[in-house]
Design a protein around this ligand. Structure first.
Ligand SMILES: Nc1ncnc2c1ncn2[C@@H]1O[C@H](COP(=O)(O)OP(=O)(O)O)[C@@H](O)[C@H]1O
Ligand SMILES: [Mg+2]
Length: 224
């Protein structure tokens, strides 16, 4: 098992007081899992992915990643574990406009490595069907192409787990289909685990484990 959340509770403090997002939530992500989490807007999907991705703290519970308890690590070793184990795909992909597609894909490597693996970045862009777009800047790419660059960027460090938050949220149906096929291909061919948060039933149906997050608790879904 590579990621385990055990009885995690998470709340936010805002001007109205304490807002409980979820409590006693447990989830295991094992090698080659393709997990989908559905739930209405505001149910806590993004918060959960941020907690699983160690980007957000939580109130109670235990989160282990690669056998290590996350919040027992100091910042330096936590960012090393995060960088090694996790890749993030956000709804708004945050590509850097001044960098071309290839340079954007290489960003996570340049942070920690002196020698970026350019040939693997090119291979990934090819895999994403973007071999003719490597030198294009984000403004010169379609929404679907930008999303695929963002997926390639999430894969560059060969993370064991990819966390994708509404990855098709701003795509039309054809591009959403392309992206979903890619996730399935990555999952099959590279044996990377993928956790996708979505409100789209069609996307949720590709998971080998499908969950619903609602009213603060996560349950296995058999509605698909
Ligand atoms: N930083 C924050 N501070 C306070 N409340 C937040 C914060 N982030 C999210 N929330 C609240 O937590 C709940 C879950 O939000 P979110 O995880 O974004 O849901 P989803 O992704 O399922 O739409 C919402 O009610 C939202 O308003
Ligand atoms: Mg969200």
């Amino acid at each position: 098992m590579i990621l385990e959340a055990k009885k995690i509770s998470k709340s936010f403090l805002n001007h109205n007081g304490k807002l409980k997002v979820f409590s006693n939530l447990s989830l295991k992500v094992e090698k080659s899992d393709l997990i989908t989490i559905m739930g209405p807007s505001g149910s806590g999907k993004s918060t959960l992915l941020n907690v699983l991705g160690t980007l957000e703290s939580y109130d109670e519970g235990i989160l282990t990643l690669d056998g290590k308890e996350v919040f027992k690590q100091n910042n330096d070793s936590l960012s090393k574990i995060r960088n090694k184990c996790l890749g993030f795909v956000f709804q708004f992909h945050h590509l850097i406009p001044e960098f071309n597609a290839l340079e954007n894909v290489l960003i996570p490597q340049q942070i920690y490595q002196n020698q970026p693996n350019k040939s693997y970045a090119k291979e990934l862009l090819q895999f994403m069907g973007l071999s003719k777009r490597m030198k294009h800047y984000p403004s010169e790419l379609s929404g679907g192409e930008r999303s695929r660059v963002a997926v390639a960027r999430a894969l560059i460090n060969k993370p064991a787990i990819i966390l994708a938050d509404e990855p098709s949220g701003n795509l039309d149906e054809a591009n959403a289909d392309i992206l979903i096929n890619l996730f399935q291909k990555i999952n099959r061919e590279f044996e990377q685990s993928i956790v996708i948060a979505t409100h789209d039933k069609k996307i949720a149906s590709i998971g080998n484990k499908n969950f619903i997050l609602n009213k603060g608790s996560l349950s296995l879904s058999d509605i698909i």
